[in-house]
Design a protein around this ligand. Structure first.
Ligand SMILES: Nc1ncnc2c1ncn2[C@@H]1O[C@H](COP(=O)(O)OP(=O)(O)OP(=O)(O)O)[C@@H](O)[C@H]1O
Ligand SMILES: [Mg+2]
Length: 352
């Protein structure tokens, strides 16, 4: 049974439509990430689900209850919103315990749960501090602890980790995911960090300009993007506008010819995309009859830690990026100006 059901949700500001017929079915205990560029309507959609912003049209159900017109406190969702204020005169522990007191949770049980969530967000040592004595990232973690401590049926989080540094962010999101899944909390997590969405979400909702572009597991979104927008927005993509040039052949606007092996390519395809990790580079001439190859010249070599990004340029000027693993010790050290042959597996190109 679905725990959150959203039908044709619309938000209008006068003539401006910022959320445009969003429909979504979220299962009990699912961890959903809203992902999309700035201004695409993630926060507005989440605020309508929380009841902080009235919907212009459409409906929202939590389980069998319709909540479309209920105020936030009757929806009983745990919320973390950007700038969602802590109580300034209460300590960290008191802020977190507040929701439990309101729900008349036994004092001992409340203390145990507060300790548990404070250690989850790595703030146990600051339980006695006041909010003004905390950094921005620490305050954000208190807000997260406060939202999850009473184990709400629905957890709505708007960029709850945005103020944390990369390492802490990864640690807290891993802990959050563990707790969310142990307690079976139905969660919507708004982020513009793809890596975060890909690593924690059961399913990702990719939004663009107020609409849902694709809903799918992280794997589906990355490996089988439904639209050119999703292919370009998620991960790095080499994109070539152009058109089909016979069966299994594509010709880019700049004149490169690509062979591809996917049978499900649309017959009116107008763009071909290849992920950089599928591109390999070799010195020398192309293998005779090698279909999935392009001759190019190395333009740029960018060291990125685990991988090296090599950008090559074809004779007609098109650029193609390849990601080469730095653990491959036998690999050639390419330099700008080196002539290379780029190749890829026949099923690597995606067509839109
Ligand atoms: N009160 C308002 N009146 C008019 N337009 C608004 C209002 N609130 C938001 N918008 C517009 O609605 C669009 C969606 O805003 P929203 O805050 O939902 O985006 P977002 O996806 O959360 O972006 P970000 O990643 O930057 O947080 C934006 O173009 C914004 O300018
Ligand atoms: Mg936002």
């Amino acid at each position: 049974m679905s725990n959150i059901l959203i039908r044709d949700l619309i938000k209008r500001h006068g003539a401006l439509v910022t959320v445009d017929r969003v429909s979504l079915e979220i299962g009990q205990g699912e961890f959903i990430a809203f992902l999309g560029p700035s201004g695409c309507g993630k926060t507005t959609t989440l605020r309508m689900i929380a009841g902080l912003t009235p919907a212009s049209a459409g409906s929202i159900h939590f389980g069998t209850r319709e909540v479309t017109h209920l105020p936030p406190y009757l929806r009983d969702a745990g919320l973390v919103f950007q700038g969602y204020a802590l109580f300034p005169h209460m300590s960290v522990a008191e802020n977190v315990a507040f929701g439990l007191q309101m729900r008349k949770v036994d004092r001992e049980e409340a203390r145990r749960r507060v300790d548990e969530v404070l250690s989850l967000v790595k703030l146990a040592h600051l339980a006695g501090r006041l909010p003004k004595e905390l950094s921005g990232g620490q305050q954000q973690r208190v807000a997260l602890a406060r939202a999850i401590v009473y184990k709400p049926e629905v957890l709505l989080l708007d960029e709850p980790l945005s103020a944390l540094d990369a390492q802490l962010r990864t640690e807290v999101r891993t802990e959050l995911k563990r707790l969310q899944s142990a307690l079976g909390l139905t969660t919507i997590f708004v982020t513009h960090d793809q890596d975060e969405a890909l690593s924690v979400a059961d399913r990702i909702v990719v939004m663009s300009a107020g609409r849902v572009e694709q809903v799918g597991t992280p794997r589906e979104i990355y490996q089988r993007p439904a639209t050119r927008f999703v292919a370009e927005f998620i991960g790095r993509t080499n994109l070539f506008p152009g058109g089909l040039d016979g069966p299994g052949r594509f010709r880019s606007e700049s004149g490169e010819r690509f062979a591809f092996g996917n049978a499900d390519a649309p017959s009116n395809a107008s763009a071909l995309a290849i992920r950089p990790e599928h591109v390999s580079l070799q010195r020398g001439a192309p293998a005779p009859g090698g279909a999935c190859t392009l001759e190019a010249t190395v333009e740029d070599v960018i060291y990125r830690g685990a991988l090296t990004e090599v950008v090559v340029r074809t004779a007609s000027g098109a650029r193609l990026a390849a990601h080469l693993h730095n653990a491959d010790s036998g690999r050639d050290d390419l330099r700008p100006g080196d002539p290379v042959v780029a190749s890829w597996p026949a099923d690597a190109p995606m067509l839109f």
